[in-house]
Design a binder for this molecule. Structure first.
Ligand SMILES: *Cc1c(COP(=O)(O)O)cnc(C)c1O
Length: 216
């Protein structure tokens, strides 16, 4: 299927999943993950009306998106991968949302750039719900302290993000993230990918990150 057909299919499934959810989010945003996708693929999605995109590397996004963002002012770009402290300035000038805030040091670096005049993107804290050694994200036990620190710096933290361990049942991870967001007064949840976005919507996802099901 083509990119426009894939998008139409995903949007229909998203809408059906939202209707079937027990407590559906007021709005669910489809973020098309365009890592490794070239400009023609991104343009095909834009032509079909898609405006939310996500990339996992600052450098790759810098090569693809500045001109597109000028051309499509309502394009919203999410950083969904690890952000190194030395790339903070570049990331802040390009991304509208960073969903991978995962450590105190990164919060400090974002606040420092903000204090020098940069606008801070909206932020989500990435939680390593599976407590996997190799995976990014703050451990659940350290989430509250990281959020308190970010709030003390007046950083715009809006939500939580997770990537459940491959092969695990994702449901308990999504349920956990929903519960933590509620406990902590956060309204946004970035969770669910090509294989499990309908399940994530059932658990209150506000942003689903779908790559391969759109771009192949
Ligand atoms: C690649 C990626 C996705 C999209 O994964 P698909 O399975 O291709 O939909 C979502 N989130 C993150 C953080 C990713 O790196």
């Amino acid at each position: 299927m083509s990119i426009p057909e894939n998008l139409a299919d995903i949007l229909a499934r998203l809408s059906a999943a939202r209707k079937a959810a027990i407590l559906p989010a007021p709005a669910i945003h489809l973020i098309a993950i365009s890592k490794t996708v070239d400009e023609s693929g991104i343009r095909a999605a834009l032509a079909a009306g898609q405006r939310g995109f996500g990339e996992n590397r600052v450098q790759e996004a810098q090569a693809k998106f500045p001109a597109l963002k000028t051309e499509f002012p309502d394009l919203e770009l999410h950083l969904v991968g690890l952000l190194q402290s030395n790339k903070v300035k570049e990331a802040m000038s390009l991304f509208d949302v960073i969903v991978s805030l995962d450590r105190i040091k990164l919060a400090d670096a974002l606040a420092a750039e903000r204090d020098k005049g940069a606008t801070c993107p909206r932020l989500f804290i990435q939680v390593n719900t599976g407590e996997e050694e190799q995976k990014a994200g703050v451990l659940p036990a350290n989430l509250e302290a990281l959020l308190a620190h970010a709030r003390s710096l007046k950083l715009p933290v809006e939500g939580l993000m997770c990537i459940p361990p491959a092969g695990d049942d994702a449901a308990p991870h999504f349920a956990f993230l929903l519960q933590r967001a509620r406990d902590l007064g956060l309204s946004q949840l970035s969770m669910g990918m090509s294989g499990d976005f309908e399940l994530a919507i059932k658990f209150g996802a506000t942003h689903v990150r779908v790559g391969s099901a759109i771009f192949g």
